[in-house]
Design a protein around this ligand. Structure first.
Ligand SMILES: [Zn+2]
Length: 410
């Protein structure tokens, strides 16, 4: 197989840095990113690709047809998210944004790295035994852009089955040029749990004639935390935080109701399902025992990001082959943040991981983290990032070729 080389990637680097800095200067938030979409389309212009754009969001899906696609009838998906955050930038970069939004999560690098991967794979498409779907995604930051792209058909874009899906996220506070991932659970599911405690208002001096929603609501918080410690495995944990508790108007009044708004993080689909089922029941039955009613809503907004074991191994091994074992880290624990690429990984075996992107020559661990107005991501690694993504796609398709050559699987 002929694969893109480090020299190919370095040759591309100045152009990628130029694109990244232009995206960084013009960040856009949410699902509608017209300037960003235009930049991507311009960067892909003239290449032999099937390109479509989203209907409900400004996504770009590009499909590269491999010259040897008939030998596998398989495709691999590479994803880069493109949206920024509503943060006033304080990085001091000479290409800093001044429009009230900021690429504080480094999605400008994700977009650009994916553009680089398109170019590297396009130059080697003749030997590619399958197709590659490039998923340029808006709205990762709380807009479920991935779910919307799945609704619009990104997973069927190639017309052949996807056998692998990969994505990377940069970190402003991790070593540049280093990769981090793990098999299995990698990032948390995020669920929102709202409880309105329905009591009966009355005089503060006569609680026996009322049903006090504040007393019961406060006790409920402890009940939920206790239930979690007794009923869930500590190694597949549940993180429950009551972020809002509102009720009452004055010291001498028992109010009619109180409201709790709770966030729940879980790390496996099984635990997410149990939390959905059991925590509302605990709340309802505990409050009923005190004679109170409840209005309850529990919604899982994002599933856990779970890497396929074999694909995570392949992801880490590919990085090691390219850049050396001392730059690859199998992390011990999942990260507690959430990520909508989880929706793709629920349907296609694949792997997600982080790439360090601290500025060169600084103490990475002391840097400001993603989402800080002072988060500074370096872009010297963009060539390597593109090369890594390109190798994930090409090597995975070649592995598929080896498997089909070995005969049909039973
Ligand atoms: Zn992000």
């Amino acid at each position: 197989m002929t694969l893109p080389s480090a020299a190919d990637a370095s040759a591309l680097l100045p152009q990628l840095q130029k694109i990244r800095r232009s995206l960084h200067r013009n960040p856009e938030v949410g699902l509608d990113l017209p300037l960003t979409q235009r930049t991507v389309l311009d960067a892909l212009d003239g290449l032999d690709l099937d390109v479509t754009t989203g209907e409900r969001l400004s996504s770009v899906v590009a499909v590269l047809r491999g010259g040897r696609r008939e030998e596998t009838h398989a495709a691999v998906l590479l994803r880069g998210d493109m949206d920024a955050l509503p943060i006033i930038e304080e990085t001091g970069f000479d290409f800093a944004s001044d429009n009230g939004a900021m690429h504080a999560c480094g999605h400008d690098l994700h977009t650009t790295g994916l553009i680089g991967a398109v170019h590297l794979l396009h130059a080697h498409r003749a030997d590619l035994p399958g197709d590659v779907v490039f998923m340029f995604q808006p709205g990762e930051e709380g807009f479920d852009g991935a779910g919307k792209m799945i609704d619009e058909g990104v997973l069927e874009a190639a017309g052949v089955p996807l056998v692998g899906a990969y994505g990377v996220h940069v970190s402003a506070d991790q070593e540049p040029g280093h990769a981090y991932s793990r098999p299995g659970s990698y990032m948390a599911a995020f669920s929102r749990f709202d409880v309105t405690v329905l009591g009966r208002g009355g005089h503060a001096a006569r609680p026996e004639n009322a049903l006090d929603p504040i007393e019961a609501g406060a006790a409920l918080i402890g009940q939920l935390q206790e239930y979690i410690t007794r009923r869930f495995n500590i190694f597949d944990s549940v993180v429950l935080t009551v972020g809002m508790f509102h009720g009452g108007t004055a010291a001498n009044i028992i109010p009619e109701s109180a409201e709790l708004s709770i966030s729940v993080r879980t790390f496996s689909p099984e635990t997410t399902a149990r939390a959905e089922e059991e925590l509302p029941r605990v709340a309802r039955e505990f409050l009923a025992a005190h004679g109170l009613g409840a209005r309850i809503a529990f919604e899982t907004l994002l599933p856990a990001t779970v890497n396929d074991d074999a694909e995570a191994q392949f992801f880490l091994q590919t990085f090691e082959d390219l850049f050396g074992a001392d730059r690859v880290h199998t992390v011990a624990h999942p990260r507690a943040g959430s990520e909508d690429f989880s929706r793709v990984l629920r349907r296609v075996p694949g792997s997600y991981g982080h790439l360090g992107a601290a500025m060169p020559g600084v103490d990475a661990a002391a840097q400001e983290v993603n989402h800080s107005p002072r988060a500074r991501h370096g872009d010297d690694g963009l060539g390597e990032q593109a090369l890594f993504l390109a190798h994930l796609a090409a090597r995975r398709l070649h592995r598929e070729l080896d498997r089909s050559a070995a005969g049909p699987r039973s």
